[in-house]
Write a protein that binds this ligand. Structure first.
Ligand SMILES: NC(=O)c1ccc[n+]([C@@H]2O[C@H](COP(=O)([O-])OP(=O)(O)OC[C@H]3O[C@@H](n4cnc5c(N)ncnc54)[C@H](OP(=O)(O)O)[C@@H]3O)[C@@H](O)[C@H]2O)c1
Length: 353
């Protein structure tokens, strides 16, 4: 990489609603690296996190909190990087920084900038590998943490089901359930290898391959007394199956719904929602952005568990900024195991291990 050049992925065209996103929706460009003006600083990207929500930036009115991107714009994306030039008194060269860096090598940041939102900050405990700041110690970890403990109100002994369990947030949610004393932890995932990983590496009691197994039958076997907490990343048929196997006063945490969001075909509502009446169950959606004032709580506990060795990092790195569109596409085809990260540059040498 030429140090004076900023390589970028820009939006080339919007995918159709049911089209799988891929490299054809982006253009690879480059420009000279800019110098920061007064009040600004320059960040060199080290890692980027492709997440399913980025698909929505290429669609009008996709959600309530971030605008869609125009064709030609640098693709928006959260990342972690190093401040390499600064004309802002609070941001020093050498600080690690997390924020909306975009799919590019360098970004100019300033606290009143349009993209300077949502937990943009200096990294308080920079550790090697820095990818953990976007995974187990970052937003993926915090989303699992608040979903399970605040929305799911997990109690010791609870029997927990996690869907999308081998994905980014799911791979952390099951581990937190175990750490916090869940009685049983079961995950659903799309391949045998992922199911084995959940059982053998992440400490799940059991895993269900939703592509090859009968999910309602397996849930009935594994949860004879019902599911107390269902942490749902996928929605659709899996949500419906889980609703059919609830325990009394079950909590259903709606984190995501990747199986129906951009999938082709017609999708139906979950008919088993009727079971929520008999089981006095509660279903609640949430958005991590509502938890910024409590973010330090999640960050502190995740770091403590990670240092104790009871919470494992699950980042799944692809190498090079060039791989970013394919990395995003892989989320929709099950290509990732754990938190998908795109490594753009090596970790700075001065970081502790
Ligand atoms: N509420 C919030 O604040 C919040 C914040 C961030 C993300 N989210 C949402 O949380 C969910 C998880 O996010 P993440 O970033 O950790 O992504 P992720 O779970 O890593 O997403 C990719 C995984 O989704 C699974 N998947 C893809 N298509 C599927 C389908 N049709 N049916 C079932 N599973 C499918 C694949 O695993 P398999 O191989 O198992 O199919 C794939 O590995 C997403 O829905 C995301 O939008 C919510």
């Amino acid at each position: 990489m030429n140090p004076g050049t900023n390589r970028q992925w820009r939006v080339a065209r919007y995918p159709r609603r049911d089209e799988v996103i891929g490299p054809e929706h982006f253009t690879w460009t480059s420009e000279a690296v800019r110098e920061p003006d007064e009040g600004q600083f320059l960040v060199r990207t080290i890692c980027l996190a492709p997440v399913p929500a980025q698909r929505g930036y290429l669609e009008k009115n996709h959600n309530d909190f971030l605008e869609n991107l125009p064709v030609g714009a640098v693709m928006r994306g959260r990342g972690v990087g190093e401040i390499v030039a600064s004309r802002h008194p609070d941001y020093q060269v050498g600080d690690m920084f997390i924020g909306s860096l975009g799919w590019q090598d360098y970004s100019i940041q300033h606290p009143r900038g349009k993209e300077f939102v949502f937990s943009t900050r200096k990294v308080t405990n920079p550790l090697r590998p820095l990818s953990t700041q976007l995974g187990v110690l970052g937003q993926a970890g915090a989303t699992a943490y608040f979903g399970l403990l605040d929305i799911g109100k997990l109690k010791p002994g609870d029997k927990v089901l996690v869907s999308g369990a081998a994905g980014g947030i799911g791979s952390i949610a099951g581990q937190i359930a175990r750490i916090c004393g869940a009685g049983v932890v079961v995950g659903t995932a799309g391949t045998e290898a992922k199911c084995r990983w959940l059982r053998e590496t992440l400490g799940y009691d059991a895993a269900i391959n939703y592509r090859t197994e009968n999910v309602p039958e397996r849930l009935a076997e594994l949860f004879p007394d019902g599911i107390d907490v269902f942490f749902d990343n996928v929605g659709g048929d899996t949500l419906n199956a889980a609703l059919g196997q609830l325990a009394m006063h079950a909590r259903i945490v709606i984190c995501g719904f990747i199986s129906t969001d951009y999938a082709p075909g017609t999708h139906h509502g979950p008919i088993n929602y009727q079971r929520m009446v008999y089981k006095r169950a509660r279903m609640e959606g949430y958005v991590l952005f509502d938890y910024w004032d409590r973010y330090a709580e999640a960050e502190g506990n995740l770091l403590r568990w990670y240092r104790q060795g009871v919470l494992k990092a699950t980042e799944d790195e692809s190498q090079g900024l060039e791989t970013m569109p394919a990395a995003l596409a892989s989320l929709f085809t099950g290509g990732n195991t754990g938190v998908k990260i795109c490594r753009v540059a090596p970790d700075p040498e001065h970081l502790p291990g």
